[in-house]
Design a protein around this ligand. Structure first.
Ligand code: PEP
Length: 249
């Protein structure tokens, strides 16, 4: 059985003291039957790493460089993330794709590099509103899965969680209907079966992301192919993240 996995992407929010206050609330008031991750911004990683040490809260980063070291001004390498105690990195988020021009090829390089450095990956895919309205959602998502996971072995796949995040649902308050989301999750799972195996497809965790909140988590998670959530806005407050992270299928 797949263990539910709830992840909070804090994006460019929270100073170190705000991050520590939120972590304290999550640890004091939350429970951890599900796998739970938080991804603070780079500047709070060190402080949060110390605060979550020895707890069940998993530390993630929101991005990383395509390279290990060298002349890459402003970038952060997987070696640096590991040094801070980071266990997981989010790659291919639609904001990285749309605002910072990250292509499937760049994301694929990052996936390989993260795995080389024993970082688990939350690998994001999702279509834009135009693509959905043009009937292209399945094709776009499938292509992103194929290209982003190119050259990955079935063994390595166990370190990868896939997050389906329809771009039009991120930060907009619009959520895909549970049925629409589950349909795409099923498409992704079938693609994983085609590329790898039935066993890989049965075991891969596929999160849904896009305006997940306490009020809609139950109906989304009830769907057979939805195994967790990648949460933005609602992850910034304990009162909205705790009901999500504690949700039981
Ligand atoms: C996200 O950024 O991954 C996300 C899903 O954001 P929100 O929950 O705010 O839509």
């Amino acid at each position: 059985m797949r263990r539910s996995y709830m992840a909070g992407n804090w994006k460019m929010n929270n100073t170190r003291s705000e991050a520590l206050a939120l972590v304290k609330e999550l640890l004091d008031n939350g429970s951890f039957k599900n796998k739970v991750l938080i991804a603070p911004s780079y500047t709070a990683l060190d402080a949060v790493s110390k605060a979550v040490e020895g707890t069940e809260l998993i530390l993630g980063a929101q991005n990383m460089s395509t390279d290990e070291s060298g002349a890459h001004t402003g970038e952060i390498s997987p070696v640096m993330l590991k040094d801070l105690g980071v266990e997981v990195v989010i790659l291919g988020h639609s904001e990285r794709r749309a605002i910072y021009g990250e292509t499937d090829k760049i994301i694929n390089i990052k996936v390989h590099l993260a795995l080389k450095h024993k970082l688990d990956v939350i690998f994001c895919v999702g279509e834009t509103l135009d693509e959905r309205e043009g009937g292209l959602a399945e094709k776009i998502v499938t292509d992103q899965v194929v290209e982003g996971l190119k050259g990955i072995s079935e063994d390595q796949l166990s370190a990868i969680t896939i997050a389906y995040e329809p771009v039009w649902a991120i930060g907009t308050g619009k959520t895909a209907t549970p049925e629409d989301a589950d349909d795409i999750h099923k498409v992704i799972r079938t693609k994983i079966e085609n590329i790898f195996s039935k066993n890989a497809a049965d075991n891969v965790i596929i999160q849904y992301g896009g305006s997940v909140k306490p009020a809609n988590v139950k109906e989304l998670m009830a769907k057979p192919n939805i195994d967790g959530a990648l949460v933005g806005g609602a992850a910034l407050k304990a009162e909205t993240f705790i009901p999500i992270m504690e949700y039981n299928k």
